[in-house]
Design a binder for this molecule. Sequence first.
Ligand code: FMN
Length: 203
Amino acid sequence: MNQANLIILVLFYSRHGATRKLAELIAQGIESVPGCDARLRTVPAVSTVAEATEADVPAEGAPYVEQEDLQECAGIAVGSPTRFGNMAAAMKYFWDGTATQWLSGALAGKPACVFTSTGSLHGGQESTLLSMMIPLFHHGLMVLGLPYTNPELMTTASGGTPYGASHWAGLDGKKSFTDDEKKLAIALGRRLAETAVKLRAPQ
Ligand SMILES: Cc1cc2nc3c(=O)[nH]c(=O)nc-3n(C[C@H](O)[C@H](O)[C@H](O)COP(=O)(O)O)c2cc1C
């Protein structure tokens, strides 16, 4: 990793791996932009049992996000599985704990985008993507979607929306990623990184 490179945070929650795979495609798009490194981070699960706590370090996969990740990143992609048409509680809980960053404006002016995975095709991808944007606007992040110059948006019969990247995982969560879903996720990561580079350029 080049120390001078821009860090783009890919922050996701994933219970069964579909949103994690989408995060990896977004990271691939980010790393296709010279001078940009993707940093994959996750958030701990939450429990209905108030006393339960997660281990300090996840058993496998991306580390938990820390304050420095938010400070150091030049842009952020946020992903969650759809839960009843909205982001998972674990991701919402994470944002509920970011009052310090909100007060200091730590994220203000950085570019951002969102992604999700669902069990059913019309089970709330767009409502999840749009509602995931709300805390990002409060933080002053500059939220990006995907333009229809990506031709797959016109024809996709699976995931992929102008509001962000998405995957239709199927009821058993085993559907493969379609070419359209892959291309649109990579395009979104690339667009996020290109925007971060432009925003960091000397004025
Ligand atoms: C509590 C719960 C609520 C869910 N709500 C929805 C929903 O509203 N619409 C939908 O299509 N899928 C829904 N799902 C399915 C997940 O969104 C889907 O399995 C997703 O791909 C999981 O992502 P992951 O593999 O990253 O955990 C729900 C799953 C759970 C456990």
